[in-house]
Write a protein that binds this ligand. Structure first.
Ligand SMILES: Nc1nc2c(c(=O)[nH]1)N[C@H]1C(S)=C(S)[C@@H](COP(=O)(O)O)O[C@H]1N2
Ligand SMILES: [Mo]
Length: 367
């Protein structure tokens, strides 16, 4: 679905406002970018949706839903939502971004869902630490990875069920939770009701929805979704020259630092005089140190003001006072995170169309 084919259709699925339909089955719905200007948290009904497999339950009884914990553990567990509610609750505001967000902008073009920039969202997630669950089960000494799966099923048997795994030390991190609330509400079915994994700072592929099974593995997971799919070149910024081969790959992991203008779009026309530009920035969990704006296509930069801090995994809103004289401009925005990583003017390329984080630019006419 190249953009050249024209505007994409909007359609409202259950519990959702009208979103951009990439595929109806399985549902892959993109958030219209204007939503990100409305507030720092993405409303549940506007939050993007991505499923790989079309065998998705269309209703789930939360009272009978169970999460089985098995594998390399001392005690197998079967947890209800009531059991989770009785455990210590954790709240994290975190960005859920698809690995392939912005894939449609890759040149040369790559196969896969042709997402614009709206395959991401920021929400307040409430749930229970995976660590607390694992401690209840008791890890055996040979525990290596923790595998997560949900209730969705392939349409045909040869397709492998969707399963994602984290190294034990990652799974036991402070900010890896089994979430039962999204912005204080039960999450929409399409976002994983009644419980989903939240791996704050990591790409959404690990945020397994409709979580039903946690299996502790004594080996590195070699299922399709870990061994073949969702791997990135083991190179700086995950970039390679188009068509190149022979590089090592690793499973995709932390979010690349990004920033966007949300208060205007590419091609905007505005009035001369004082204007407030607004936008968002985020990274994989070191937090945003600074955001800079350029009105001359990146030749010179000035600092934006960072707004309220919702924590190191959240969108960070920023504002910038721009006193624009009549003329044609190329605005650019660049974020730097606390770990020193920043954005480049030249986009990366890889065959998966993953981890795009180029400096975004916006042509603006002022009159
Ligand atoms: N059970 C299950 N969980 C899943 C997936 C899936 O196909 N099945 N897709 C993953 C991917 S690749 C993404 S981008 C996110 C999307 O989360 P959302 O639909 O809540 O926006 O879910 C992740 N969790
Ligand atoms: Mo994704």
């Amino acid at each position: 679905m190249p953009f050249a084919n024209g505007d994409r259709e909007l359609l409202a699925f259950p519990q959702k406002r009208a979103l951009i339909v990439m595929t109806p089955r399985p549902p892959q719905l993109e958030t219209p970018f204007a939503v990100f200007d409305d507030g720092v948290l993405t409303p549940n009904d506007a939050f993007f949706v991505r499923w790989h497999l079309a065998g998705i339950p269309q209703s789930i009884d939360a009272s009978t839903h169970r999460i089985v914990v098995n594998g390399a553990v001392q005690r197998e567990l079967t947890l209800s939502l009531r059991d989770l509610a009785a455990m210590p609750a954790v709240e994290i505001v975190a960005v859920n971004e698809c690995s392939g967000n912005s894939r449609a902008f890759f040149h040369p073009r790559v196969p896969g869902g042709q997402w614009g920039n709206g395959a991401m969202g920021n929400a307040r997630w409430t749930g229970v630490r995976v660590r607390d669950i694992l401690d209840r089960a008791g890890l055996l000494p040979n525990a290596k990875q923790v595998q997560f799966r949900g209730l969705d099923e392939p349409v045909e048997p040869p397709t492998p069920a969707f399963r994602k795994s984290l190294d034990v030390d990652v799974a036991r991190g402070d900010d890896v939770i089994v979430a039962y609330l999204m912005n204080g509400q039960p999450m929409p079915l399409l976002n994983g009701f009644p419980v989903r994994l939240v791996v704050a700072g990591w790409y959404a592929t690990y945020w397994v929805k409709m979580l039903s099974k946690i299996t502790v593995l004594d080996h590195v997971d070699d299922n399709f979704w870990m061994k073949t799919a969702y791997r990135i070149p083991d190179t700086p910024n995950a970039g390679v020259a188009p068509g190149s081969t022979g590089f090592a790959t690793v499973p995709i992991n932390k979010l690349a630092v990004r920033s966007f203008v949300t208060s205007l779009t590419d091609g905007a026309a505005i009035n001369a005089g004082p204007a407030v530009l607004r936008g968002i920035a985020f990274d994989g969990g070191s937090g945003i140190r600074s955001v800079e704006v350029s009105a001359d296509g990146g030749a010179s930069w000035r600092r934006a003001t960072l707004e309220q801090d919702y924590g190191k995994y959240s969108f960070r809103r920023w504002t910038f006072q721009w006193n624009a004289a009549p003329g044609a401009y190329v605005l650019a925005v660049r974020a730097t995170s606390n770990d020193g990583s920043t954005q480049n003017a030249t986009p990366i390329w890889n065959a998966g169309g993953y981890m795009r984080n180029v400096i975004e630019t916006y042509k603006v006419t002022v009159s």
